[in-house]
Design a binder for this molecule. Structure first.
Ligand code: PGA
Ligand code: ZN
Length: 438
């Protein structure tokens, strides 16, 4: 049985050219597991804490030197000798060693990289594909027989970026496409790619700078209104000969925490003026926000809204769930921050009906799996998600398959930190179909 022999941490760069933590976990049998922490831009207030050296001049105050030192110092001293198979004990030890409420002492970026690197080392030591190994851990969380077998998720794919990911050209952060119908993952991906390129052509024809891309690879046009972004995607679906609402649905990550004003409990929308600049903010209440989103749901083939209300607007969340909860998936990202306790509160209050799962919001693999299991038991849809700051690390692809998650949300089909995950899913699809044939 392999034990953890050594942890090595190094500074690498993410897709925004910012430093992040890569951890190598060395096992006693020579196996090595490597993982890299991702990083968000529109982070929720209740997320586990990303430790950065704000007082340092290196990398403009974004360096991760302290978190790196924590991995090779305190964390390595505590974890060396642990059985790598025992992910639960590894993660418990990490949580207890940190000791803070939000992992701010050692840094959630240090903890998640260590937690995932250990899981990868264990999989390597068993000579198992990561999704197979993760699925074994998942089985101890899943309800017997339900969602216990590995399954490919349906991708929810960013087409147009706005908000914090594209210079605030739009209020909403993402307009996404969701392939519908029973198709293989690779067939769906091929359609998604066709749609992405056609959308580029649609935007260029409209003179909308469609070739510029945002942080997640989606187009970042300056449109007159958020609803125009949805219309452009619908037009592109039609132009590739497919039917909106039948072959592709639309999802919108409103990411409304980003433009929520707590002091007035309103949302600050910024319509575009005639000269193309963004005009003065218009304040709207939660109820008006829900009216606007409901009118979109009535007009467009929308099947999911993410963070339609802000992270602490509980009343707004209750209202939208009452009004739209049986028509669309209402996904909590900043609302739940992959935290089982916050999800439990949401389930009790009848808020949302789906959850975004980002391992670095939780800080350890075990907590991520616990939240996923609670979501499944509560009948909430699960969407495993990347961050806007990503790397070549493709662990979330394996995680989504291992836990039979409904969806995966990685960004667009451009930029290699996104493609690392889409391509990993292609390889897993091949493995799963070989396993079915044999
Ligand atoms: P973030 O965005 O990684 O910048 O938080 C992703 C999302 O909001 O889903
Ligand atoms: Zn989001």
């Amino acid at each position: 049985m392999a034990r953890l022999a050594k942890l090595k941490a190094r500074r690498v760069l993410d897709s925004r050219g910012r430093p992040t933590i890569e951890v190598d976990a060395f096992a006693s049998d020579g196996s090595i597991g490597r993982a890299i922490a991702p990083s968000g831009a529109s982070t929720g207030r209740h997320e586990a804490f990303e430790l950065r050296d704000v007082d340092s001049t290196r990398f403009g105050g974004r360096d991760v030197g302290r978190a790196l030192a924590n991995v090779e110092g305190e964390i390595a001293r505590r974890l060396n000798g642990f059985e790598l198979d025992d992910q639960y004990s590894i993660d418990r030890a990490l949580i207890e060693l940190d000791g803070s409420k939000n992992k701010s002492r050692l840094g959630a970026n240090a903890l998640i990289a260590v937690s995932l690197a250990c899981a990868r080392a264990a999989a390597e030591s068993h000579r198992e594909e990561l999704y197979i190994y993760l699925n074994k851990i998942w089985r101890s969380h899943a309800i017997a027989g339900v969602d216990a077998a590995p399954r490919l998720p349906v991708p929810i794919v960013n087409m147009i970026s706005g908000g914090a990911h594209a210079g605030r050209n739009l209020d909403v952060q993402d307009v996404l496409a969701v392939p519908l119908g029973e198709r293989s993952y690779s067939d769906s991906l091929e359609r998604i790619v066709a749609l992405y390129h056609e959308l580029g052509a649609v935007l260029r024809e409209q003179g909308e700078e469609g070739s510029l891309v945002g942080d997640e690879g989606g187009y970042g046009p300056k449109l007159s209104d958020d609803s125009v972004a949805i219309e452009r995607v619908v037009a592109a679906i039609e132009r590739i000969g497919l039917a909106p609402g039948v072959d592709f649905a639309i999802a919108v990550d409103v990411a409304s925490t980003q433009f929520h004003d707590e002091s007035t409990s309103t949302y600050l929308m910024r319509p575009r003026a005639r000269d193309g600049s963004r005009g003065k903010p218009v304040k709207i209440t939660s109820s008006q926000m829900i009216d606007m989103l409901e009118s979109w749901v009535n007009r467009y083939p929308i099947t999911a809204l993410e963070d339609p209300l802000a992270e602490d607007d509980r009343e707004g969340w209750r209202e939208i769930t009452r009004r739209l909860g049986d028509r669309v998936h209402l996904i909590g990202d900043d609302l739940f921050v992959t935290d089982a306790r916050r999800l439990r509160e949401g389930v009790d209050e009848k808020v949302a009906n789906a959850i975004l799962i980002k391992p670095n919001q939780a800080g350890t693999l075990t907590e991520t799996l616990e939240t996923l299991a609670l979501a499944k038991r509560s009948g909430y849809r699960t969407i495993v998600s990347a961050r806007s700051g990503e790397t070549e690390d493709s662990t979330i692809a394996d995680l989504a398959v291992a836990t039979a998650s409904d969806h995966i949300k990685i960004g667009s089909v451009a930029r290699s930190e996104r493609l690392a995950k889409y391509n990993r899913l292609l390889r897993i699809e091949e493995k799963l179909s070989e396993a079915n044939i044999n």
